[in-house]
Write a protein that binds this ligand. Structure first.
Ligand code: ADP
Length: 265
């Protein structure tokens, strides 16, 4: 499975003015993780939404195995792609198992009640992310980390090939960040899903992603192997912050850590 964006450009209003995204290109396949980075307001969420067809590209397009997703039947598309929005959004007061059941929507007709298979897939998804014990809890009463896991379980209940996550580790403590990032890694490298996520942490991108995409303020982007895209020079240019990238060895593994030093005037 190959998911691509080719020459994607997008603006919310006039096509030529205020272009948020300009000539975006990227390509990911099953088993790969793509991290998208850029400053606040640069268009990361817009890029995710346009990539999966929730916003229509003004030019260019998204392609799944070479087929333009623009022309695809919506419910077929939502069987293949799952979106995990930011957990800070309010979803109302639902039981966790019902939240996760929403992940089966693409498989149900508007009047159709979920069946045994749907409920089994909900249990499987809750088990996969390790929160089966939360299934009778209310969504609103969960911690940020637990809510994020529920949203990932909801995505998995739809048995997607591609999972797209908007800042999945933002607003979480150290441990919960690790839980979420390791879950993404497991989904890609063990379950062979394609995972695309926005992040504010270059270190996370370098540690977990295979591919990287840096969004510039003018809407253009750089895409490639993570370590060739997320470099000191490029980060300094995009974020206008002086950075140092350190190599750290721990538990026999090599890590790259990005340290912001000072604002470039
Ligand atoms: P990021 O995720 O990188 O913080 P966004 O994709 O949310 O950035 O937003 C990119 C730009 O588009 C911002 O300038 C934002 O104000 C603008 N924007 C976002 N959503 C809308 C919208 N629905 N209508 C008009 N402008 C929008």
């Amino acid at each position: 499975m190959i998911f691509e964006v080719k020459n994607g450009s997008f603006s919310y209003v006039d096509e030529n003015k205020n272009q948020v995204l300009r000539d975006i290109n990227y390509r990911v396949k099953e088993g790969e993780i793509l991290a998208i980075l850029g400053r606040n307001g640069v268009g990361k969420t817009t890029l995710l939404r346009a990539s999966m067809g929730m916003l229509a590209w003004k030019s260019g397009g998204s392609f799944l195995n070479g087929e333009a997703i623009r022309g695809m039947n919506r419910s077929d598309l939502w069987k293949k792609i799952a979106y995990v929005p930011q957990a800070k959004n309010s979803f109302g007061n639902f039981l966790v198992e019902d939240m996760v059941l929403f992940g089966r929507s693409a498989y149900l007709k508007p009047w159709q009640q979920p069946g045994r298979i749907d409920r089994e897939l909900v249990e499987d998804a809750l088990e996969q992310v390790g929160i089966l014990h939360l299934k009778k809890r209310m969504w609103n009463k969960l911690s940020g980390g637990e809510q994020q896991m529920v949203l990932i379980a909801r995505a998995l209940a739809g048995t997607p090939q591609i999972i797209i996550l908007d800042e999945p580790e933002s607003n979480l403590d150290f441990k919960n960040q690790l839980i979420i990032l390791q879950m993404i890694q497991k989904l890609a490298h063990e379950k062979n899903l394609c995972c695309i996520f926005n992040t504010h942490y270059p270190t996370h991108a370098l540690q977990y992603a295979d591919k990287g995409l840096l969004l510039s303020n003018d809407g253009s982007s750089m895409f490639g192997e993570c370590e060739t895209v997320i470099t000191k020079e490029k980060l300094e240019k995009i974020f206008e912050v002086k950075v140092e990238i350190h190599e750290v060895e721990a538990e026999g593994k090599r890590y790259l850590e990005v340290l912001p030093i000072e604002i470039i005037k």
